[in-house]
Write a protein that binds this ligand. Structure first.
Ligand SMILES: [Zn+2]
Length: 414
């Protein structure tokens, strides 16, 4: 199989740039919040390209879009590839879009080479990977994987109070949400091309990353209730300072995450709200929000358990009350060895350098892993920068990713 990278990459880069101009903000800033006018126009643009490539397009009730290139044995479960085209406010043009338009380009290259897939190859454009509108990431893939029930989805609202039901219906997605979840076996395998959103590949001058695991966050909210009072009048003995208690818990989390001895365990307290927040007032109430990630669910759980134990100790010792609440705890995903092997052979055949690596951010593939064997293919992005207008991946990097993806899809669909 020979590809002609210069020709196809010019087309793909032109399409990425055209898609970037469909934005709620002035170019080069990309802002494309789900179900906004820009999101709907961007969807229409991508669907037109899919029709031009003779793919059969259909959408589900939440707007996930499936574009199928029929294989010679089209009754078999297809090979999936794809990503998302929604973008957080003030974003760049590569996150997600490289996986969607790059996936389409891989299909078109195979078509042009006269390749006939045995299994169908299906491009998927997931609805709302970004949590901007509804406060929950990977809305579309989460529902496909059954990790968010139709009942939970119906309860979602945006900050203006518009319900998901109202917004999807106004966007033309009207079927029952019960039909969004897909059964295991609906896809034979799924592979997502994505920018790394970290600096490693660029630093080491490596063309592609073969993702072996996707780390997943567990978020816990901790509410600490102490006793307020005058910072001068109330003496140290007998104080119930909620922030001093919180400080102990923050340090406990840091120590617990380090204590696994594994670089893949990370723990962060990103939110610390102090009430009343006055310099001369003892903090009476603190809200912490924690993000604990790992590629191993059991190891991640040991960190959570240590933190919960520390909460109980702090209650005993300081006389404060502590309430914990798990906001979410999605299981991490392990990538499929067969797909990893196919990607490695593809990289070798394409003459590209590669390394196995972990995805520290999570992606739609994390939820596809609930219904299919998955893997991800990373390409470098300049300085590891993402979620900013200066996010950048060179045409050469994108070309390498598409080349390896095309060969991988060809192997998996044969
Ligand atoms: Zn993304």
């Amino acid at each position: 199989m020979e590809t002609r990278p210069t020709l196809t990459i010019d087309r793909l880069v032109a399409e990425l740039n055209a898609l970037a101009k469909i934005s709620q903000a002035e170019p080069p800033i990309v802002t494309r919040v789900v179900f906004s006018e820009a999101d709907l126009r961007a969807r229409a643009y991508v669907k037109d390209l899919c029709h031009d490539a003779s793919l059969e397009v259909h959408e589900d009730a939440i707007g996930n879009t499936f574009a199928r290139w029929h294989g010679t044995e089209s009754h078999l479960a297809p090979i999936g590839t794809g990503s998302h085209i929604d973008a957080i406010p003030n974003a760049g043009l590569y996150d997600g879009c490289v996986g969607v338009l790059g996936g389409l380009e891989a299909i078109r290259v195979l078509q042009q080479l006269g390749f006939k897939p045995r299994r169908s190859i299906e491009l998927v454009i997931f609805t709302a990977e970004e949590p901007t509108r509804f406060g929950i990431g990977c809305l579309g893939s989460r529902m496909i994987g059954g990790a968010l029930s139709p009942g939970q989805a119906v309860a979602l609202r945006d900050k203006e109070g518009h319900t998901l039901e109202e917004l999807r219906s106004n966007s033309g997605f009207r079927g029952s949400l019960d039909s969004v979840a897909l059964a295991r076996g609906r896809f034979h395998q799924f592979v997502e091309l994505h920018i790394e959103q970290g600096p490693l590949l660029e630093q080491e001058g490596i063309d592609v990353g073969l993702v072996t695991h996707i780390a997943a966050p567990a978020s816990m909210r901790i509410l600490i209730e102490g006793e307020g009072g005058h910072a001068g009048g109330k003496l140290m003995p007998g104080r119930k300072d909620a922030l001093a208690a919180a400080a102990e818990l923050i340090l406990t989390l840091e120590a617990a995450a380090k204590s696994t001895g594994v670089i893949d365990t990370v723990g962060t307290v990103g939110v610390c709200e102090v009430f009343p927040g006055a310099v001369n007032s003892i903090p009476s109430r603190v809200r912490l929000e924690t993000d604990i990630r790992d590629i191993d669910a059991a190891r991640r759980d040991t960190v959570i358990e240590k933190l919960k134990t520390a909460c109980e100790e702090v209650v005993q010792r300081r006389g404060v009350s502590v309430k914990t609440e798990m906001i979410n705890a999605d299981p991490p995903a392990t990538c499929d060895p067969t797909i990893l092997d196919a990607m490695e052979q593809a990289a070798k055949a394409a003459g590209k350098t590669y390394q196995r690596m972990v995805s520290r951010a999570y992606h739609d593939s994390l939820f596809m892993a609930r219904i299919a064997p998955i893997a991800m293919l990373f390409i470098p992005c300049r300085g590891g920068v993402s979620h900013r207008p200066d996010e950048y991946a060179s045409p050469e990097w994108i070309g390498s990713g598409v080349h390896v993806l095309a060969r991988t899809l060809a192997t998996l669909a044969s």
